[in-house]
Design a protein. Structure first.
Lengths: 264, 293
């Protein structure tokens, strides 16, 4: 469960380049809800995710996860509750470490890291099973460096890493944007399965209206740092991509130049 | 090259193997270019020499040298992490300051401990020549250190340290406090350099404030030569590479300086060092293979 109240984020405060990325966001996401987040470039989608994860300091407002106010907590402190997958496949894992070492890093998220061997027999068995479930044939390559894998493979493993340790919130920041269409489809399907299986409260940023409507239970739209659209249930079920764009226009009372970007 | 000169080269290589391991920890594991070592080496030597002169047990004196080195590393880490000073500059500031600190510790630029009992004293006079006792003793110490370090770096904590250097953003997202990892790693790295200084003082019979100059280059040479010789393998192989690299470097220097046809003299040492490190960097590229980072 996530509660965001009057959240504002301003970059470059009191400088000529001051930019308000989030201009007062109020959002309540219930446990198990899967929210797709859309909006044009610079709308504040990624900033919202980064603020929830702790990477971006907030200027005002509060962020509450599972009833705990995390507004003042650092990224590592929040990590026990928050799992993430980044847009860049290289960002979510260490290329110089092996697959199993990366998995060992992820399985210890939210736990104290001591001097016990990171790759115990039990963990190796667990990793082999979980990696085999992906169906990518990577279970035989656990000793390979992460850098040897393709973007899609790394992104699939990043999703797996997000669920190795318990968490309640999953943040996906355009996690299929850098992949080829086939691999993107695979990762999206994996996302669907992962979220359902682990009943994670999920926020997924996407540039594709189609993805936004196909996945999840709720769709929100940001524009210039504000929440301009919030649909779920039957209203959302009846929405088409065209209707979503039209709705966006009505909300903003203006015509967008980059409609083409918003439509899949 | 005589047997004694050869044993001497290995002995020095083993002393500086600690520096090689320290540089590996800072540059490769943490991705923190740390020049503090030029200051923490003479600091370790000075602390150990003064402590031994004051009648403290040489093992205790070496532990004190390690602690002094760790403090130096913590100063650099604090300047960088707490106050946001660029890592390279932060380490240069500490290095410069340590020159004065070492002089204060020793009270003069040079402290001789030739007549004092050292860690090695109990091992002399058991039938083995002194110039062989020293490298053997050091080899055992280095082997223990490599084993402990290798085990440390495959633990959950050590893995977190490697992630901190490899991908700090990912590390933080996985709940690793990259800040405390850098503090710990820098303390550990410079503690190793402090030990190297203490061992240098005890095997050579003196501590001198000027011995620190170029320590970082020697450490880097060990790491780079090691990486050139052992290009594949896990963390243990990389650590062994640092040790072998350090010894290989000393032998190469000794060979170059003692080869009459080259006409080199001891004052050419720094030039030879630079050429050796440059060669170690260039050779893998000529083979069309990138260096492990």
């Amino acid at each position: 469960m996530i509660r965001v109240a009057e959240l504002t984020v301003t970059f470059g405060r009191r400088t000529p380049l001051e930019k308000q990325a989030l201009a007062g966001i109020d959002l309540a996401v219930e446990s198990g809800e899967f929210v797709s987040v859309i909006g044009s470039n610079g709308a504040g989608k990624s900033t919202l995710l980064s603020a929830i994860a702790g990477d971006v300091p907030v200027t005002g407002g509060r962020i509450v996860i599972d009833g705990i106010d995390v507004t003042g907590q650092s990224t590592p402190e929040r990590s026990a509750r928050v799992a993430r997958v980044f847009q860049d496949p290289l960002a979510g894992s260490c290329g110089t470490l092996t697959i199993e070492e990366n998995l060992a890093l992820a399985v210890a998220r939210g736990h104290r890291r001591g001097l016990a061997r990171a790759l115990s027999h039990e963990r190796r068995t667990l990793f082999r099973e979980r990696v085999a479930e992906l169906g990518l044939g990577l279970e035989g390559r656990l000793h390979d460096r992460m850098a040897l894998l393709s973007g899609g493979q790394r992104q699939s493993l990043a999703l797996l890493m997000a669920t190795l340790a318990k968490s309640s919130v999953l943040l996906l920041d355009e996690h299929t944007a850098a992949l080829d269409p086939g691999m993107a489809e695979f990762v999206l399907d994996l996302t669907r399965r992962t979220v359902a299986e682990h009943r994670l409260t999920t926020l997924m940023v996407t540039h594709s209206m189609r993805q936004a409507l196909d996945l999840g239970t709720r769709t929100i739209m940001l524009h210039e740092g504000r929440l301009v659209l919030d649909v779920k249930g039957e209203e959302r079920a009846g929405l088409t991509v065209g209707a979503l764009v039209a709705m966006f226009r009505r909300q903003r009372g203006q015509t967008l130049d980059d409609d083409a970007l918003l439509i899949d | 090259m005589s047997t004694i000169a050869f044993a001497g080269a290995i002995e020095l290589g083993l002393v500086y193997a600690f520096v090689g391991l320290a540089v590996f920890l800072a540059f490769r594991v943490l991705d923190f270019p740390d020049l503090t070592v030029d200051g923490s080496f003479p600091l370790g030597a000075g602390v150990a020499a003064v402590a031994i002169t004051a009648g403290i047990d040489p093992w205790g004196a070496t532990v004190m040298a390690a602690a002094a080195g760790a403090c130096a590393g913590l100063v650099t880490a604090t300047l960088n992490q707490r106050f946001g000073i660029l890592h390279l500059l932060a380490s240069i500031l500490t290095m410069i300051a340590l020159f004065s600190v070492s002089l204060r510790v020793m009270g003069r630029p040079n402290v001789a401990i030739l007549t004092q009992a050292t860690m090695l004293t109990p091992f002399y006079g058991h039938g083995l020549r002194d110039y062989l006792v020293r490298p053997l003793f050091l080899a055992v110490l280095v082997a223990i250190t490599v084993a402990v370090l290798a085990r440390f770096l495959v633990s959950d904590f050590g893995l977190a340290m490697r992630a901190t250097g490899a991908n700090p953003k990912m590390a933080r997202a996985q709940g690793i406090s990259t800040r405390s990892q850098i503090y710990t790693g820098m303390a550990l790295s410079n503690a190793l350099v402090g030990i190297a200084g203490a061992l240098f003082a005890q095997t050579n019979g003196f501590a001198d404030v000027t011995t620190g100059v170029g320590t970082i280059v020697v450490g880097l040479a060990a790491v780079i030569i090691g990486e050139t010789l052992f290009r594949f393998g896990g963390i243990l192989v990389a650590l062994i590479g640092c040790v072998v690299g350090s010894i290989a470097y000393r032998i190469a220097i000794q060979l170059a300086l003692s080869a009459d046809f080259l006409g080199l003299q001891p004052s050419d040492l720094n030039l030879v060092t630079a050429v050796l490190v440059a060669l170690a960097l260039i050779l893998p590229r000529l083979r069309g293979v990138g260096l492990r980072t």
